[in-house]
Design a protein around this ligand. Structure first.
Ligand SMILES: O=C(O)[C@H](O)[C@H](O)COP(=O)(O)O
Ligand SMILES: [Mg+2]
Length: 309
């Protein structure tokens, strides 16, 4: 049964019990560009107590560099690039270190800038993505579009993530590359999140876009790099030996059960679910012990607000 963090005593105990606080972003720190209450104060409190704060997001639309700008813009200071892990970065590392794709090859992207930047940083050339040619206003889609019949022979891999500027041409080109060479190009998905939490509304998530091209092409992704996949957890543990040695000194904080909470649990960490994103208290209370988060709270800011009571 999950313990609700709704008193100063419980919060003080949590602050004593953990040295590493792994934060999900969408639905925990913010909703879009809307910062959630007492987030800045909570991170300042944890840093003042010499706690390690690490940010682990499945949102592939931004690179780690872009997230540093967003943190600063929202007043969350003192965050460094090696404290940020995103599914765009995890996917780029997968293509480079696991697939070992030649830098002679190009990568077709159905996604936003974050994926482009992380791949470019590793020396890869990309096509698709934010290419303006693919979002020509007022241009009626034609199956005879020259790009559909002139696929780039240098493309060696397809990656799909959350795409805000989505259209039929991009979906169709992605499908052509997934079918190319007898369906032999590696198909990488950034994350499985079916929905995207925004202020006051739930939007379509990366997972739903990936399912669209997957269903159409008759292919399942060869790899899904975001949470709950442990690749980001292994990178974090590789950088933080004492967490590797004692994962129980780590607390994974998130708003989604099938990504964040599973990611933490599979990594051997304890887990805290906050109710400012995808899940409801009702969802949590009906869970059996095996899948129930260690703790839950109304919002992450309660760590600060109850600490000061
Ligand atoms: O659709 C998506 O990609 C997700 O909703 C979003 O990215 C979740 O990001 P996170 O909560 O892991 O920061
Ligand atoms: Mg989230």
């Amino acid at each position: 049964m999950s313990v609700k963090l709704d008193s100063s005593d419980k919060i003080h105990q949590v602050l004593d019990d953990y040295d590493y606080f792994l934060f999900d972003c969408d639905g925990v720190l913010w909703l879009g560009d809307h910062l959630l209450p007492s987030v800045v104060e909570t991170i300042q409190l944890l840093k003042s107590l010499n706690k390690q704060c690490i940010f682990v997001t499945n949102n592939s639309t931004k690179s780690r560099q872009d997230y540093l700008k967003k943190f600063a813009k929202l007043g969350i200071d003192g965050i460094s690039k090696d404290e940020v892990f995103g599914s765009s970065y995890a996917s780029a590392i997968y293509i480079d270190k696991i697939l070992k794709l030649s830098k002679e090859k190009k990568i077709w992207i159905l996604g936003e800038e974050g994926i482009e930047q992380e791949l470019h940083e590793l020396g890869y050339k990309t096509i698709g993505g934010t290419d303006k040619k693919l979002i020509e206003d007022g241009v009626k889609f034609s199956p005879d579009h020259e790009l559909l019949s002139n696929l780039d022979e240098k493309v060696g891999c397809v990656i799909v993530g959350l795409t805000f500027n989505l259209n039929y041409l991009k979906l169709s080109l992605t499908m052509q590359y997934l079918l190319k060479d007898n369906k032999s190009l590696p198909f990488i998905a950034t994350n499985i999140d079916s929905t995207f939490p925004s202020k006051g509304k739930l939007l379509i998530g990366a997972g739903s876009i990936i399912e669209t091209v997957s269903f159409a092409s008759g292919r399942q992704p060869d790899a899904v790099c975001g949470k709950p996949n442990q690749s980001m957890m292994n990178s974090i543990k590789a950088d933080h030996e004492s967490l590797q040695l004692n994962p129980k000194r780590g607390l994974m904080i998130g708003d989604r059960l099938n990504t964040d909470m599973k990611f933490g649990r599979d990594g051997g960490l304890d887990t805290l679910l906050v109710l400012t994103g995808i899940e409801t208290e009702e969802n949590v209370l009906k869970l059996n012990d095996g899948n129930a988060p260690t703790y839950y709270a109304n919002k992450i800011g309660d760590l600060f607000e109850y600490h000061n009571k």
